[in-house]
Design a protein. Structure first.
Length: 351
C-alpha cells in the first residue's frame, strides 16, 4: 500500500490565483468554520396519540416527512426506522465510537447501526416474510454495517485482503496529483482502488488504472462502501445500467432511493436547505462546491449524525485530506453552522 503523499508547499498568491473564480466559496467561508450553530427547526409528524409512550411491548408506528415506519420498544423509544422506497434501515444497537485523531478532534459516539435491507421498504412490510428473516438476522448483530465499513478506509487503518489476496479495505487516497502538482485527479472508482477489472450487471467491464491504485474519489468512496462492500446495485457510469450512478451529480439526480432533502433554487449554485431535521444517519449528502462544473453537484458524503459536541457531521473522501476523512482539512465535516461545507450543502438522499 503506497504511503499517503503530503501536500506540496504552495505560496498564498498561487492559491488565490487558482481560486480566483470562486474565492468566496473556497476561502472566505473557511474563515467562518467555528460560526455559531443556528437554532434547530422543528419537523412535525402526524404520529399516533400514544407515540413515544411506554406500552410494555414493541409497537409499530407510521410517521411522515418522509413516509416511514418506526419500531418502538416497550418504553416507547424508537429502535428501528424504515423509510418507504429505501433499502436503508437504521437500527439501534451497542454504542460505538468513531474517531480520526490524526486529523481532527471530532468524535462520533453512536448507537445507530445502518444496514441495507434486501428490498425497499413499503408500508406494512413488517408482516412480510422477507423482512422477518432479515430483521431476525440483523437486529442486534454486530456484523460490519455501513459506518464500520466506511471507517475502514481512513488514514492509518490496517489492510484487509480477500481469499484471493486482493486488498479490499485499508487506507485510501483521493487520487494522484495532476501535472500542476497542486490539484488531484478525480474519477477514481472502487475498481481503481482494488486494482482489478470489474464487470457490472449491465455487462460493461471497467479496467483499473495502475496510477490510481488504492484511490477513491468522493463518489468512488460511496460506491465502494454501498456497492462493492454492501452489494447495492451499481451503474458502470451515470448512464450505463441501473443502480447507483458513478458521479456525485449522477447520484444526486438519480431516481434511486428517496430524496430526503430535494435540490432547490436557481442553478448553478442552487440554495442551502433551510431545514436538515429530516436527515437520518446513513443518508447521502450532496454539495455544490466549484463554479467550474456549471450546474453539476460536485461532492457526496455519508451522514453520521451528531458528534459529541452536538454538530451534524459526515465522512467523505476529499482532495485536501487526500482520502476518506471526518477531518478538518479543507473545512470541518459539518453541515450545521456557517462553515465551508455547511454553506455549500444542497440536498440529501436515502438509498
Amino acid at each position: 500500500m503506497p504511503k499517503r503523499k503530503g501536500r506540496p508547499v504552495v505560496h498564498t498568491a498561487t492559491v488565490l490565483a487558482l481560486l480566483a473564480g470562486s474565492a468566496y466559496f473556497t476561502y472566505e467561508l473557511r474563515k467562518d468554520e467555528q460560526a455559531k450553530v443556528p437554532a434547530a427547526q422543528t419537523v412535525t409528524d402526524n404520529a399516533l396519540q400514544n407515540s413515544g409512550k411506554a406500552t410494555g411491548k414493541e409497537t409499530w408506528e407510521r410517521l411522515n416527512d418522509p413516509a416511514r415506519s418506526v419500531l418502538r420498544d416497550g418504553k416507547g423509544a424508537i429502535i428501528a426506522t424504515f423509510t418507504d422506497g429505501a433499502r436503508t434501515a437504521t437500527l439501534k444497537g451497542p454504542s460505538r465510537t468513531f474517531t480520526e485523531p490524526a486529523n481532527t478532534s471530532t468524535k462520533v459516539v453512536t448507537d445507530d447501526w445502518v444496514r441495507l435491507m434486501s428490498e425497499p421498504w413499503t408500508k406494512g412490510a413488517q408482516n412480510q416474510q422477507w423482512f422477518k428473516d432479515w430483521f431476525k438476522q440483523f437486529y442486534g448483530s454486530q456484523e460490519d454495517d455501513i459506518f464500520a465499513i466506511a471507517f475502514q478506509y481512513v488514514q492509518g487503518v490496517p489492510v484487509k485482503k480477500d481469499s484471493a489476496g486482493v486488498p479490499y479495505a485499508g487506507d485510501a487516497v483521493f487520487g494522484p496529483y495532476k501535472a500542476d502538482g497542486v490539484d488531484r485527479l478525480e474519477q477514481n472508482d472502487f475498481y481503481d482502488y482494488l486494482g482489478i477489472p470489474y464487470t457490472f450487471r449491465s455487462g460493461t467491464t471497467m479496467s483499473p488504472r495502475q496510477e490510481r491504485y488504492r484511490a477513491l474519489d468522493c463518489s468512488g468512496f460511496m460506491r465502494m462502501v454501498w456497492g462493492y462492500r454492501s452489494r447495492y446495485p451499481l451503474m458502470a457510469s451515470d448512464t450505463l445500467g441501473d443502480g447507483l450512478p458513478r458521479s456525485a451529480n449522477g447520484m444526486a439526480r438519480s431516481k434511486v432511493g428517496v430524496d430526503i432533502i430535494k435540490l432547490q433554487g436557481p442553478s448553478p449554485w442552487y440554495t442551502r436547505p433551510k431545514n436538515t431535521d429530516t436527515l437520518q444517519p446513513g443518508d447521502l449528502l450532496f454539495f455544490k462546491m466549484d463554479h467550474r462544473t456549471a450546474d453539476h453537484i460536485d461532492h457526496v458524503a455519508l451522514y453520521l449524525g451528531l458528534d459529541t459536541e452536538g454538530h451534524k457531521v459526515f465522512i467523505s473522501s476529499r482532495k485536501e485530506q487526500n482520502g476518506p476523512t471526518i477531518g478538518d482539512a479543507g473545512g470541518v465535516s459539518r453541515i450545521d453552522g456557517n462553515g465551508f461545507y455547511a454553506q455549500l450543502f444542497r440536498s440529501a438522499k436515502r438509498l
